[in-house]
Design a protein around this ligand. Structure first.
Ligand SMILES: *Cc1c(COP(=O)(O)O)cnc(C)c1O
Length: 371
């Protein structure tokens, strides 16, 4: 079937990034984060690639995601990256074998009961809230944590926290989070098993704070080759994995003063050439890129003009010094000639994050997997 937009995922680039990160973080272990259908890249297609490239563990959020990984990779360690509902725990303990993140006494007691009932402890990672403010035990809840560690139905395999500002210019608050975490780790040293995995780092921290990587890093963005911080360039070895392209549907010449698109919010201020493409927010190209998006045609940057509609977007190609024709390739995200448009750049233009663009493009279109 012919599709108007091609969202391509490069398995080789994904594997390359994981191999690079694997070497970079050793001897720490690498948890490849593949929640939200591998950030829109496709869990089913990429989980085996991650395993092959050296992932020690795969991070997910939901039971259906865990079930996909379990089916494809029976022996893989699966870590849930959030707390869960009691029904999720029931299923996980019965059949999925997820290493659960636990951030409250109530959740710990629930899992303890499940572990005792089946006669084998449930592997859990204790989640500490050192400053993210969403979930987890507070660092001062030492007695509760000690009680959790003593529960016979639990096997404490990890002690973890999540960093709120590892991508920020100023790493002070991140250092404060890491200090709070480390103090608690010391307090609990005699309570925790000797082989417990201590982990704190997401992509940005993994790349920016190499000395404090701990026993395991949980890396999502960097595996998909997207920028992890506006304050820090990714190592050049990390390659983008997803690209999006389409083709010119119509080329039109219009006089100065012509209104373009819904609401007539853009009017040509000169005699113009407008290229129309068969892609809009129905294909995951954000409506918010109205008068802000940039695409590549013939290796040149061309601006989106007028409203992005559901399935059509208009581009100003007046300044192109080369002819543009029906069917010419248009790169929405990716490389063409010597130019590049990235998810990060487009996300910055409407105060979003690259992951949101990856997700929309990946979920709203058929994906192809070609290197
Ligand atoms: C999503 C997630 C990560 C990965 O974050 P990136 O910035 O994409 O590397 C790490 N840890 C936890 C707990 C997460 O939920």
């Amino acid at each position: 079937m012919q599709h108007p937009v091609k969202v391509n995922i490069s398995p080789a680039s994904f594997a390359n990034n994981i191999r690079y990160l694997r070497r970079l973080v050793a001897p720490a272990k690498l948890c490849v984060v593949m929640k939200s259908d591998a950030y829109g890249h496709g869990l089913e297609a990429l989980a085996p690639v991650a395993a092959e490239a050296g992932a020690d563990c795969i991070g997910v959020c939901t039971n259906p995601e865990a079930a996909v990984v379990r089916r494809l990779l029976p022996g893989m360690t699966i870590l849930r990256l959030r707390g869960a509902l009691s029904e999720e725990y029931d299923e996980s303990v019965a059949s999925l074998g997820i290493e659960e993140q636990v951030g409250s006494l109530q959740a710990a007691e629930y899992l303890n009961t499940l572990g005792q009932r089946r006669g084998r402890p449930v592997p859990v990672h204790l989640k500490i809230d050192t400053g993210m403010g969403r979930s987890g035990f507070f660092p001062h809840q030492v007695e509760i944590l000690q009680a959790v560690c003593a529960m016979p139905g639990l096997k404490i395999v990890g002690l973890m926290t999540h960093l709120a500002n590892a991508d920020a210019a100023d790493l002070d608050s991140t250092q404060r989070q890491l200090q709070r975490f480390d103090s608690l780790r010391k307090v609990l040293a005699d309570t925790l098993p000797g082989d417990v995995l201590v982990h704190t780092h997401n992509s940005a921290a993994t790349l920016r704070l190499p000395e404090q990587r701990g026993d395991l890093v949980r890396v999502g963005a960097a595996c998909y080759g997207v920028r992890t911080s506006t304050e820090f360039e990714n190592p050049p070895a990390l390659r983008p994995v997803m690209s999006i392209r389409t083709w010119v549907m119509e080329v039109r010449r219009v006089p100065a003063g012509t209104p373009i698109g819904y609401g007539s919010l853009f009017r040509t201020h000169r005699d113009s050439r407008i290229a129309t493409i068969p892609v809009g927010f129905g294909e995951g190209y954000p409506r918010a890129l109205f008068n802000k998006g940039i695409v590549l045609i013939k290796g040149r940057r061309c601006p989106v003009v007028g409203r992005v509609s559901l399935n059509i977007t208009t581009l100003d190609i007046t300044d192109l010094d080369v002819p543009v024709e029906w069917g010419d390739e248009v790169v929405l995200i990716g490389d063409q000639g010597s130019e590049r448009v990235t998810f990060e750049e487009m996300a910055d233009r409407f105060d979003s994050v690259h992951t949101e663009l990856n997700l929309m493009a990946g979920h709203m279109n058929r994906r192809s997997y070609e290197d």
